[in-house]
Design a protein around this ligand. Structure first.
Ligand SMILES: [Zn+2]
Length: 667
C-alpha cells in the first residue's frame, strides 16, 4: 500500500493543551489549600490524623465538584442513524446492461465462468466516459453493432473457428474491435501479432508519437508515459508484450520494447489490441491495490488510470457513427473545481465563515468536513459544542454543505475494527492514545456517531459525505459508510488512485461489485510544503490539465486560518477560466451519482436527420449534458443547445420520469 505523507497537520496543534485540561481547575485549587493547612498543623500532635481527614475531605469534595461540572456540560443533540443492510443488486450483467439501441458499444464478455473475471473494470471505464454500451454472450448480437469490445481476454477456448471467421468478416466489412489480452493463434492475423510474452516486471508504458485517433487526448508528458508499478516491486501486474506482425502499428510499448497497444487495419475496419487488463490499470488503481503506480501522492497531475478511459473515449468518438456521449460535467461546462475544507481543530471553525464569504463573493460554494470531537484524548481536547456548533449552523444556513471528518481523527483509523454498527453517542467513547493508537474506537463508531451529531445539531442536515482523518482508509470503510446511510467519500488522493474522475467504490475495495458509495479523491491540498498560498500557479496547472480531459479537481483547504489561505483561494478562483464550474462537493456528487445511474437511449426516426434522446433518472438531476458528433439544427423539450451546436444541456429531470427530446441534425 502506498505510503502517505502526513496531512492535516493542524490536528497536531491540540496536544500542547491537553494536560491542563486533564487536571480539573477545582482539583488544582484544592491541592494548594490542602498543602497550606497541613503546613499550619505541622507541629501539632494531631497532624497526621488531621491531615488524613482533610485529604479525604478535599478529594471527596473536589470529586463532587468535578462530577457536577461535567454533568453540567451541554449534551449534544443527536438524530438516530438507522443501520442499513447491504443490498446486492446486480448479479447478472446481461440484465443490468441490456441491448437497447444501435449506437451502443457491444461488450462481448468472453469469460463468464466458472471462475469469471467480472466486467466491472470495463463498466467503470465506459460509464465514467459516458459511452453507451451493453453486455452480451451472443456473438451475432454483438456483431450487429459497429463497435465491439472483447473482454477480458481471448484464448483458444473463447471462440470456435467459424466464430473467428465471423469476427474477421465483421472487421473486413467495417467493424471495429477493441480487445485486451488476445492469446489465441487463431486470431493472430486479425489482431496483427506474431507472438507475445507474459511478464510481471514491466514497469513503464510509453505511447508512441503516432497520429492514431485513439491517442487523441494524450497530449501531456504525464499521459504519454505512465508507470504501471513502482520499481521497488520486482513483480507487479501481469502484462503481455506483443511482437507485431508486418502491417500492424505499435501505439504504445513497454519499457522492454515489446508492444503494449497495437492496431491493425483489415479491409474497411480496424482492430486494437491491449496487452494489459483494465482490471489492473483502472480498477486496481481505483481500489488502491496497485503496486504504488502513482508518481506523486498529491498536488500533481497523475492520469495513470485515466489514459485508458481516454483511449476508449477517443476510440468511440473516432469510429462511432454519429456518436453521442453523456458528458462528465453538468451545464455544458468543461470541468469543475470541487471546493472543500477540513475542520479538525478547535480554532478552525470561525475562519470557516471567512472562506464561505469569499466563496460566495466569487460565485462559488464549498463543503466543510467536520471533526465532531466530543471527547478529550491524547491528541486534542473536545471542541464539538457551542460556539463552534453555532458556526456550523451559520455555514449551512449560508449555503455551504457539511460532511463528516470522523470523531477522533486518528492516524490509526485504517487499522480500526469495523465495530458492531450499534455504536451511538451515549455509549461510544473513543480515545486517541498516541501517534496512531486509540482505545474504544471503531470504523462504524467514527462514521455513524459523527453523522448522529451533525444531523442532530444542524437543522436540515443529512450527512452523506465522509472524509477520513489523515486520509487513512480502512478496508471496511465502504461497508460502514453504506450501512450508515452515506453516499459519498473523499478519503483518497487522486494521485494515489491515479484517476481524476469520480468512481464507484467497490465493496471491500475488491474486484467483484460496487458499493453504494462514490469516491471523489482529493487532487490538491494546502499543507504540503511550501503551503498552498505559494502553490496557486501549480494548482491551477493541475486543474487545467484535468479540464482538458473533462475530469474534475478536488481541493482541500484546512480552515485553521483565513488570512493567507483564503486570499490564495480567492486568487485561484479569480484565475479559473469561466468554463470551469466552482462548486461544493456535495452538489457535484449528487449530480455524478444521478449521472452514473442514468438510463438513456438514442433512437432513430423515419426522418434521416432526426433522432430522439430518451432519458430516465431515479433521482432529480439538473444540468445533464450530452455531446454530439453531428452539429444540431433544432431541439425540442426545453433542452439548451451550446453555441458550438454539439452540446445539449437538458432541463431538470424529475425523479422517475422519462424525458424525450427530439433532435434535428444540420444538413
Ligand atoms: Zn483532518
Amino acid at each position: 500500500m502506498p505510503s502517505r505523507p502526513t496531512l492535516c497537520q493542524t490536528c497536531a496543534l491540540g496536544p500542547s493543551l491537553r494536560f491542563s485540561r486533564f487536571l480539573p481547575p477545582c482539583l488544582i485549587l484544592t491541592s494548594k489549600v490542602l498543602t497550606k493547612i497541613i503546613k499550619y498543623f505541622k507541629d501539632s500532635e494531631l497532624k497526621q490524623s488531621l491531615a488524613f481527614a482533610l485529604l479525604v475531605f478535599a478529594l471527596c469534595g473536589s470529586a463532587v465538584i468535578w462530577k457536577l461540572s461535567s454533568e453540567a456540560a451541554p449534551v449534544a443533540r443527536t438524530k438516530e442513524v438507522p443501520l442499513l443492510e447491504i443490498v446486492h443488486r446486480h448479479d447478472d450483467p446481461f440484465q443490468q446492461f441490456p441491448e437497447s439501441f444501435p449506437l451502443q458499444v457491444a461488450v462481448f464478455w468472453t469469460n463468464p465462468g466458472p471462475d469469471p473475471e467480472n466486467p466491472l473494470p470495463l463498466v467503470h471505464s465506459l460509464k465514467e466516459m459516458g459511452i453507451p454500451f451493453f453486455i452480451t454472450r451472443d456473438l451475432p448480437e454483438a456483431l450487429r453493432h459497429r463497435l465491439v469490445i472483447l473482454y477480458p481476454s481471448v484464448d483458444s477456448r473463447t471462440f470456435t473457428q467459424p466464430q473467428a471467421d465471423q469476427l474477421a468478416r465483421f472487421v473486413q466489412l467495417g467493424g471495429f474491435i477493441f480487445a485486451q489480452n488476445v492469446f489465441w493463434g487463431g486470431l493472430q492475423n486479425l489482431f496483427g501479432f506474431r507472438s507475445f510474452a507474459a511478464s510481471r516486471n514491466r514497469h513503464r508504458l510509453i505511447f508512441s508519437g503516432t497520429k492514431d485517433p485513439v491517442t487523441k487526448y494524450l497530449n501531456r508528458p504525464e499521459e504519454r508515459e505512465t508507470q504501471l508499478g513502482s520499481e521497488r516491486f520486482p513483480e507487479i501486474i501481469w502484462s503481455n508484450g506483443y511482437v507485431p506482425a508486418p502491417g500492424a502499428e505499435v501505439l504504445a510499448h513497454f519499457d522492454d520494447g515489446s508492444a503494449a497497444l497495437l492496431t491493425n487495419s483489415v479491409g474497411k475496419g480496424k482492430v486494437y489490441l491491449l496487452g494489459l487488463s483494465l482490471l489492473d490499470v483502472v480498477l486496481r488503481n481505483q481500489n488502491n491495490h496497485d503496486y504504488e503506480a502513482q508518481r506523486h501522492y498529491v498536488n500533481a497531475f497523475e492520469p495513470g488510470a485515466d489514459v485508458w478511459l481516454l483511449v476508449l473515449r477517443a476510440w468511440y468518438e473516432a469510429y462511432g457513427n454519429d456518436w453521442v456521449r453523456l458528458a462528465t460535467i453538468p451545464g455544458g461546462q468543461r470541468s469543475a473545481l470541487l471546493l472543500s475544507h477540513d475542520v479538525d481543530w478547535e480554532n478552525s471553525f470561525a475562519p470557516g465563515l471567512d472562506f464561505a464569504r469569499i466563496e460566495k463573493a466569487n460565485q462559488a460554494s464549498s463543503t466543510f468536513f467536520i471533526q465532531t470531537k466530543y471527547v478529550d484524548d491524547a491528541n486534542s481536547k473536545a471542541f464539538f459544542f457551542a460556539p463552534n456548533v453555532e458556526i456550523l449552523q451559520q455555514l449551512k444556513a449560508g449555503g455551504s454543505t457539511v460532511g463528516s471528518h470522523s470523531i477522533i481523527h486518528s492516524r490509526g483509523f485504517n487499522k480500526f475494527e469495523l465495530g458492531s454498527g450499534h455504536e451511538t453517542y451515549s455509549s461510544y467513547q473513543p480515545r486517541g492514545l498516541g501517534f496512531d493508537t486509540a482505545s474504544g474506537a471503531t470504523v462504524f463508531g467514527e462514521v455513524r456517531v459523527s453523522k448522529e451529531l451533525l444531523d442532530g445539531e444542524i437543522p436540515g442536515q443529512d450527512t452523506t459525505f465522509f472524509r477520513a482523518g489523515h486520509l487513512r482508509v480502512p478496508v471496511s470503510l465502504p461497508e460502514a459508510l453504506e450501512r450508515s446511510g452515506y453516499q459519498f467519500d473523499s478519503s483518497f488522493t487522486a494521485d494515489d488512485v491515479l484517476s481524476n474522475f469520480p468512481f464507484a467504490l467497490s465493496r471491500g475495495f475488491g474486484f467483484e461489485e460496487d458499493s453504494e458509495i462514490y469516491e471523489f479523491p482529493v487532487t490538491i491540498e494546502d499543507e504540503e510544503s511550501p503551503g498552498f498560498a505559494k502553490r496557486v500557479p501549480q494548482a491551477l496547472g493541475v486543474i487545467l490539465a484535468n479540464a482538458e480531459n473533462g475530469a474534475v479537481s478536488v481541493i482541500l483547504i484546512h480552515s485553521n486560518e483565513s488570512i493567507l489561505k483564503a486570499a490564495a483561494e480567492q486568487d485561484l478562483l479569480r484565475q479559473l477560466p469561466p468554463d470551469i464550474a466552482k462548486t461544493d462537493m456535495l452538489t457535484f456528487a449528487e449530480f455524478w451519482r444521478a449521472r452514473d445511474r442514468l438510463q438513456w437511449s438514442l433512437s432513430e426516426t423515419s426522418v434521416p436527420t432526426e433522432v430522439v434522446l430518451q432519458v430516465k433518472s431515479a433521482e432529480s438531476v439538473a444540468g445533464l449534458t450530452f455531446e454530439f458528433q453531428r452539429p444540431i439544427a433544432t431541439v425540442s423539450g426545453g433542452a439548451i443547445m451550446s453555441p458550438d451546436k454539439r452540446h445539449l444541456v437538458l432541463p431538470e429531470v424529475a425523479p422517475g420520469y422519462s424525458v424525450s427530446i427530439h433532435i434535428n441534425y444540420l444538413r
